[in-house]
Structures are given as C-alpha cells and as structure tokens.
Design a protein around this ligand. Structure first.
Ligand code: BGC
Length: 763
C-alpha cells in the first residue's frame, strides 16, 4: 500500500482533504477508497472500552468489556507499571473489537472536589497526573492502539462546560493545568489529543492557537492530531488555522464546505489544510497498519487484573486497634445495599458494560468462616432514611463481632455533565453509620465514591476503607483487602478537605455564568492547604497499611548541582512490621528562598516498593532541573533559580521524615533581552552581566546615600538600618532606576550599558 503521505496528499482533491477533517459518523473517520485511505474507529475510554456494537448505529448496544477502576482509583495506586498493565489490557480489548483509538487518559487536574468528572481524573497534582497518564499511554499504544489525552485544557468543571471561559494566569496554566498533559504528549507520544469544550483565557480550546499550536505542537513537539471533544467545535476554519485537525463527530457537510470555500478563495493558505491532512493521514495509517485482525483476549485474565488493580487502589484511611484485617472466623454483619449492588463506575461517556460484576457480599461469603448476616440498611431508590432498614441493620450488627458498612455516593450524586454542590453522602447512609456504630464499636466503613466526601461520622467508627469506583472487581477486591489477602497500599492522590468552605477554589467554583476565575492560582490541592496551614480531613499522599515502614536513611551523590546536571537521591525504607506490604515513597522539593511566589513544596518523585517483613530497600530518585524549576513567563520556559532547596521524603505530604539540602546553580538567563527594566537581581545572577550590574548597584547606592544625607541630619543612628533596607530591596528594581531621580546615570549611558550587556550575552 502507498504510504507516501505527501504523494497521497498531492493526489487529493480539495474536497477530499476538507472531508478528512471531520468524522464519518459518531465514532469513525472517513475513508477515501480511491486513494486507499481507510476509516479508523475510536471509542471511549478511559478505564474500559465503551464500544457500540455497530459504530455507525447510535442505537446499537454497547459490547461487554472489562471495567477497571476509574481514574481516581487508579491514581491512588501510585503505580506506574500497574497503570501500564491496565493500559495494555485496554489496548488488547481495542484490538479484539477492531477499535484503533481509545479516548483517554483523562488527565485534567482536580481543582475542586466538586467537579462531577473527578472520578475519571487522576489527581490534584500535575506531576502525578502526568506520570500516570504517560504510563497509561505506554500501555495502550504498546498494543498498536492510539490514545486521546483529554480534555485539553483547563476543563476542571462540568458546570457550563460548553461555554465557560476559564481565566487562569500564565504561570498557573503551565505549572498546574498544562503540566499534566506534558508527559503523555512528550514521553508518551500520544497519537491524539482531545481538546476541551470550554474557553481558556477568552478562546475556545478548539480554536486556541496558543494551546494547540504554540504549546502542543511547538513546545511539546506533538506530531499527532488534535480532535475536538464531541461537539466542541465553534468556528471550523478558525479551528483549523489554530491547529485543530479533526472535528468529531460528523454533523453534516457544512463545515467541510467552509474549509473548501476559504481555501478556494485564498483566505486560508492551502498549506494549512495540507499540514492538517498530512498529520491526519499519518495517524490514520499508523492506526490502520497496527490492527491485529482476529485478535482475542482472555476475559478471565483481564478480570483478574481488574481485581488486582482494584485492591492496589484502595486507600485505608483509618484502622483503630488494628480492626482490619478481619479474621475469617469472626462473625460479621455486612450492611448496606452497595454490598450487593456495588457502585463501581461513574456516569456519562465512560460508562461501560462490564464482562462480569463481583459483589462484596458474595466475596465475603467465600472467605468468611464465621456467621455472616446481611442487612440492606438503606434503599438504592432515593435518599430517604428508612428506620426499618436501619433497625434491621442495627440488630444484625449487635449480634456479630464486626460490622462492615458499604456506603458512599449513589449514581445520582456524581456524573459527567454536572458538578456536585456539596460533599455529603446521603443522609440515609450517615444515619445508618451513626446508629450501627453506636451498638457495634467494631465498625468498618467501606466507601464507594469518585471524589472526596465529608465524614462527620469518622470518629464513631474504627476503620474506613476508601474504595473509590473500583470497577467490575470492586467487590472481590474489597474482600481481599478486608481480610488481608491484599495488604492495602493505596495513597490519596487528592486531599480530602475538612469542609467545602476549606477548599482552595471555594470562592471561585464554578464561577459566574460565562467566566470562572482561577483565583487560587498555583495553590491547588495540598499546595493550598500547606500554604494556608489548614488541616484537611486526610492529606494528599496519605494512606495506611497493615504493616509499618521506617524511613531510615537519605543520601545524594552531590550537594550542589548546576541546572544542566542531575542529582541522584537514595532513600532507605524498611518494613518494620510483620506483614509483607507496599509503600509509596514520595519525594517533595521545597525551595528555601525564591524571588517568585512558590508553593511550600511540590511532589517531584515517587516510587512504589514491595517489602517483606524486616526487609529494607534503597529507592533511587534522579532529579533534573525541572524538579526545581518554576515556569518563568518572561522567557516562557522553565527556570530553576540559583538557591538552596530541601528534598523531603516520606510516606505522605504531611509526613516526610527524611530530608537533605541541595544547592542549585542556574546557568540559564532569566530574561530574553536586557532592557531598561531588567531587574538587578536577574543581572546579578548571570555571570556575564554580574560585574557590570554590581558596579551600577554600587553607584546607585552611593547616590542613595548622598540623597539620604540631604533628607536627614540624624545620619548616624537610624540611617544605617534604613540604608540596609534600601540595599535589600534595591536589587529588585529595574536597571533604569539608577537614572532619573537618583541621577546616577544618563539615558545615553544607560542605553550603552544595556547594549553592552546584550552584546556580552549574544542577545
Ligand atoms: C466527553 C468525552 C468523550 C466524548 C465521546 C464527551 O462528551 O467529554 O470525554 O470522550 O464525549 O463520548
């Protein structure tokens, strides 16, 4: 087959080229048979395949596929390799169903716990989201199936998602919201990116040239295509010009015709369309050539993987008196309708038809050797408190050694398309927990929810297991963790707030009717709670195990590094308990001093390690400039300031027993060109300009001293202190401040100095 893309493009008519820029139907691209251009198929994602049996028929039934834990759960595994395995399985299911692109991973940042789609997203932290998204892409694409990293960008709420304008400052945009896409796009080389519905800083994502071309294509070097979220197109031609290749789904010929018209009239250069078509063909042929006709996968094996994954994702939030793991011989009251009818996935486009579904009640029945009684506790229909159901549950709990209550958010409480308005679980669940725990001190609560909930009952119960939306094997995996077949090792990838009012975006979520202002800036998630010294309900990175870990030692291969070098950190972690277990070792970087506002510390490394009882392992981290850098808006690049940084390591964001310091030396220039307003401190930090800048500083200090003398007779006493304060701040002034009122330098000399500095720097 002819795969010379440029040659094919040269043979295409204008109409054919334009037609390729939108889909064939809901899920496929258009074939052009005369040139051997095939049609490829795509379907949702992200944590399972949602494929309609007949892709051309909207009413056809969804085929069965494995439902893995959704993003929120997957992220709490903090396990790159596990997420790669899940991605591989998704890729295999795509191959078996003749699907060439699966729509995911979804890497948007959890700005507020209220976002209705948080169950699909990984984390509040961009580094963690980026890493996990990358391994998802590795897994899927390793099977010859494409991914579509979504929703690019700043899609952090469902309220007015089609029309809201997210207003976010440039540093925050790069350090938080774009950062989570970086790994999947650059390291992962995702074949496609899906642009979001909303606007970012005044431009729809589907026609945002800054996002689609400057950032994605140029900065990140994305070679694939951008497709719209379903129906996210605004003005088709503007989109094409901005870097959008594919409009999905197909809604009629009009938009293709618009492209034909503007190219024919010369309003849009032919080369813009040709470029888009080349990129489309590259992806289409790659996807088509990687198909594996006749491929089959083992459903049982995938279910086993779903079970193993779900157990790795669960987070043990509380375990007083080591109530967990349960002993098989203990009698147990299994309470709550979720025990028989699990809530295991979220609503909306990611909702799939599972190959099977494990209920916790059945799985507990398989392990338990003592008496097991069941009580429904609440109704799945509506929120009303049913006293009779609760009374039955209380009776069951009083007659057993342990009560396990299955509670959380019903389907109606969280879904794509709507945001939550509160953090509560239904009153019927709360009441049940309160009354059962009043008669049974050994009460465990197992939560099923896609996003943090409030827990006014947390102190009434001995144990809390956060199960998230754990997929089709949620029930069996829960039993595995409850009975210690699996030692829990999940850690929160998001902060659980103490109240809604405490959350960082509280004042600005979901914003007005046309605009949402990201007023909290960089201070999203733990970055906020730490800076404000707020105590959340459960902090980022937190999660218990049935064993204990000791952080014994930390060392590095150097204590000083240039920003062009890397530093290696070795950390010794030991399992000091009696059970084998896994620990997520987290590394945070804390700048001790900075000329810009920065979060107290940020996650820059993590590793999950398995340790046998008594075993110690050395966990190695390699950090480069990016671990220390902030996004400098003047040079539009990452910049690691010269200075001292603490490296903090531990088992959660609030528990970092090991630390060391590293001195980072910048070799980069923090400005594009020296101008009359370039700051002294920046010039002083660059070897080429430092001597001259120091000389000028001295000169201006001399002048300031003289001026000071003019204003006061009492020179000796207070003036020295005053003078010190002036010196301290002077370096943050621009170069021009030595002219003008201070009068140390003429305009002519200033210009000559600027020129000389630029010459020295080759700027
Ligand atoms: C969702 C996407 C999804 C698409 C196709 C949209 O409504 O936002 O995440 O991939 O539909 O189902």
């Amino acid at each position: 087959m002819n795969r010379n893309i440029q040659e094919i493009v040269s043979q295409m008519t204008l109409e054919e080229k334009a037609s390729l820029c939108s889909g064939l139907n809901m899920w496929q691209t258009k074939p052009i048979e005369r040139l051997g251009i095939p049609s490829i198929s795509m379907t949702d994602g992200p944590h399972g395949l949602r494929k309609q049996g007949d892709l051309a028929d909207m009413s056809s039934k969804t085929v069965r596929s494995t439902c893995f834990p959704s993003g929120a759960g997957l992220a709490s595994s903090w396990d790159r390799q596990l997420i790669r395995e899940v991605g591989k399985a998704l890729g295999e299911e795509c191959q078996a169903e003749d699907v060439q692109i699966i729509l995911g991973p979804a890497v948007n940042i959890k700005r507020s716990p209220l976002c209705g789609r948080n169950f699909e997203y990984f984390s509040e932290d961009p580094y963690l989201s980026s890493e996990l998204g990358t391994y998802h892409v590795y897994g899927v694409q390793g099977e010859g199936v494409g991914t579509s990293v979504k929703h690019f960008a700043v899609n952090n709420q469902e309220t007015l998602r089609n029309s809201i304008n997210a207003v976010v400052d440039e540093r925050t945009l790069h350090e938080i919201y774009l950062r989570s896409f970086e790994g999947p796009v650059t390291a992962g080389e995702a074949w496609t990116v899906m642009c979001a519905y909303n606007l970012v800083n005044g431009e729809f994502c589907s026609e945002n040239e800054y996002l689609l071309t400057d950032v994605l294509k140029q900065k990140c070097g994305h070679k694939g295509i951008v497709m719209t979220d379903w129906g996210a197109i605004n003005e088709r031609v503007k989109g094409l010009r901005a870097g959008l290749e594919l409009e999905m789904p197909y809604v009629g010929k009009e938009h293709d015709q618009l492209i034909v018209d503007v190219v024919s009239s010369g309003e849009l250069e032919q080369s813009v369309l040709d470029g888009a078509v080349e990129r489309l063909l590259t992806v289409i042929f790659k996807a088509f050539d990687n198909r594996k006709p006749g491929f089959t996968y083992d459903q049982k094996e995938h279910h086993k993987l779903a079970r193993r994954t779900a157990a790795e994702c669960m987070v043990l939030l509380k375990n007083e008196n080591n109530l967990l793991p349960l002993k098989p011989e203990q009698s147990v009251a299994v309470i709550g309708a979720f025990a028989k009818n699990p809530r295991y996935q979220g609503g909306g486009s990611s909702h799939i038809a599972p190959t099977r579904l494990d209920a916790a009640y059945d799985s507990i029945m398989e392990v338990a050797q003592g008496k097991v009684v069941y009580a429904e506790g609440y109704s799945l229909k509506g929120d009303a408190v049913h006293d009779d159901l609760i009374a039955e549950a209380v009776k069951a709990a009083a007659g057993t050694e342990v009560a396990v209550i299955f509670a959380g958010l019903p389907d109606s409480y969280e879904s794509e398309g709507v945001d939550r308005t509160h953090l509560n679980i239904p009153d019927s669940h709360v009441e049940l927990i309160k009354r059962v725990s009043a008669v049974q001190p050994n009460t465990v609560v197992v939560l099923s929810n896609g996003s943090p909930v409030s827990m006014p009952w947390a102190s009434d119960v001995r144990a809390v297991l956060e199960g998230y939306l754990a997929g089709q094997a949620s029930g069996s995996a829960t039993a595995d963790v409850l009975y210690g077949v699996v030692n829990p090792s999940g850690k929160l990838a998001e902060t659980f707030p103490a109240s809604l009012e405490q959350t960082p975006a509280y004042l600005n979520f979901p914003g007005g009717k046309s605009e949402v202002y990201y007023g909290e800036g960089l201070f999203v998630g733990y970055r906020y709670y730490e800076a404000k010294k707020e105590q959340p309900l459960f902090p980022f990175g937190y999660g218990l195990s049935y064993t204990q870990f000791a952080y014994e030692n930390i060392s590095s291969d150097k204590n000083q590094m240039k920003d062009t070098e890397v530093i290696t950190i070795n950390v010794t972690v030991r399992n000091t308990g009696d059970l084998a277990g896994k620990e997520v070792v987290q590394l945070y970087v804390k700048p001790l001093d900075s000329t810009v506002v920065r979060p107290v510390k940020e996650l820059k490394g993590f590793e999950k390690v398995h340790l046998e009882p008594g075993e110690a392992k050395i966990v190695k981290f390699t950090l480069d400039k990016r671990a220390f850098a902030y996004y400098n808006t003047e040079i539009e690049d990452w910049f690691a300031e010269t200075g001292v940084y603490d490296i903090l390591v531990g088992g959660s964001s609030v528990d970092t027993p090991l630390s060391l310091s590293v001195n980072v030396i910048s070799t980069a220039i923090p400005f594009k060109k020296v101008t009359r307003n370039t700051k002294f401190y920046e010039l002083l930090a660059v070897p080429e300009t430092a001597p001259l800048a120091a000389e000028l500083m001295e000169l201006s200090m001399e002048r300031i001293k003289q001026m000071g003398a003019m204003f006061t007779d009492s020179m000796d006493a207070g003036l020295n202190e005053l003078f010190d304060a002036v010196v301290k701040w002077k370096k943050y002034d621009g170069l021009r401040s030595i002219g003008g009122m201070i009068g140390g330098m003429s305009e002519e000399k200033l210009t000559a100095t600027i020129d000389e500095m630029n010459r020295k720097l080759g700027l």
